[in-house]
Design a binder for this molecule. Structure first.
Ligand code: NAP
Length: 278
């Protein structure tokens, strides 16, 4: 079994590298953006020719949600054209593509967990390009799994948990948004699920939702991070309107995980339990 991982230096890419040692039956090829730029079709074909992967896990993406508003072309190039390049190359080489997408494809006007068949309506450039990337994959390749996830954190890369702990080193108080509801997801849990999908032999291709269980606001998430790490700080809940950002975010983006739990026979930890393990 050969697995090619793109975007290997990112948060999810590093989480996959962290767990890879447990799977001695798999030959992993981890490619960072400097090893393989997914916007370059010929470069992808060269790497596929050299490695002949059974599965390609696309952990590469343009993920700067606010910056995307002023760099729409770059976000499109990576999240749409890059995804299409991978899908076309996977088709040619008979490779199954596992692609990662986001809760930001939803507008957040629902107040029940989003299912895979719910209407998408991204609010910003990042979400729009991620949604278009999903569509390009579905149009070009049957053998694909798209896993939408939310609020990724881990000891790797840049993420909310690390930002909170860094800010707390220099400040006595912090204000965090309390009216956006979603679910934090441990990147290691997502990496393990990706491996389960690979080992499952499932041919039920398409979109799946995965996050940890439960729901929280960013304020709840920050509160738990500080509690677990025994950080004493004055944490204040604020409204989104008090913390304007360039990109609009969904107010509610909890994902319904019934489909992935049934298809791959998995149980999922609550976000609080998983955070304790980080
Ligand atoms: N982070 C979250 O909260 C979150 C939430 C929901 C969904 N997701 C999705 O989960 C996936 C993984 O996210 P993440 O947190 O691991 O993101 P990340 O830490 O930003 O990693 C993305 C990686 O993609 C690489 N990359 C960028 N442009 C590339 C290109 N043209 N060719 C190859 N690689 C390129 C980056 O490399 P450089 O650093 O060298 O540019 C980086 O290593 C993404 O699809 C994201 O949309 C993330």
């Amino acid at each position: 079994m050969v697995i090619l991982v793109t975007g290997a230096s990112g948060q999810l890419g590093q989480a996959l590298q962290f767990i890879a040692g447990k799977y001695s039956g798999i030959q992993f090829h981890f490619c960072s953006s400097s090893d393989l730029d997914i916007t370059k079709k010929q470069a992808i074909e060269d790497v596929f020719k050299a490695t002949n992967p059974n599965f390609c896990v696309n952990a590469a993406a343009y993920t700067a949600v606010d910056k995307a508003e002023s760099e729409p072309e770059k976000a499109h190039l990576i999240n749409v054209d890059g995804a299409k390049n991978l899908a076309e190359t996977c088709k040619f080489f008979n490779t199954t593509l596992i692609h990662v997408s986001t809760d930001f494809v939803f507008d957040g006007y629902k107040n029940l967990p989003y299912t895979e068949i719910d209407h998408t309506n991204p609010r910003g450039i990042y979400g729009k390009t991620k949604r278009e990337g999903e569509q390009k994959i579905a149009e070009n390749l049957i053998e694909h799994f798209i896993i939408r996830t939310s609020w990724l954190y881990s000891q790797f890369g840049n993420n909310f948990m690390k930002t909170m702990l860094r800010l707390a080193q220099d400040r006595d108080s912090l204000s965090v948004v309390n009216d956006q509801i979603g679910t934090p997801t441990n990147a290691i849990d997502l990496a393990e699920v990706i491996i389960k999908v690979i080992f499952s032999n499932s041919k039920n291709y398409g979109i799946y939702h995965f996050s940890n269980e439960g729901s929280a606001s960013w304020y709840d998430f920050a509160k738990k991070i500080f509690e677990i790490n025994q950080v004493n700080i004055d944490l204040k809940p604020i409204l989104t309107s008090e913390f304007p950002t360039l990109a609009q975010r969904p107010k509610y983006s909890v994902l319904n995980k019934s489909k992935i739990k049934t298809e791959f026979k998995i149980t999922i930890d609550t976000w609080e339990d998983s955070l304790v393990r980080t």
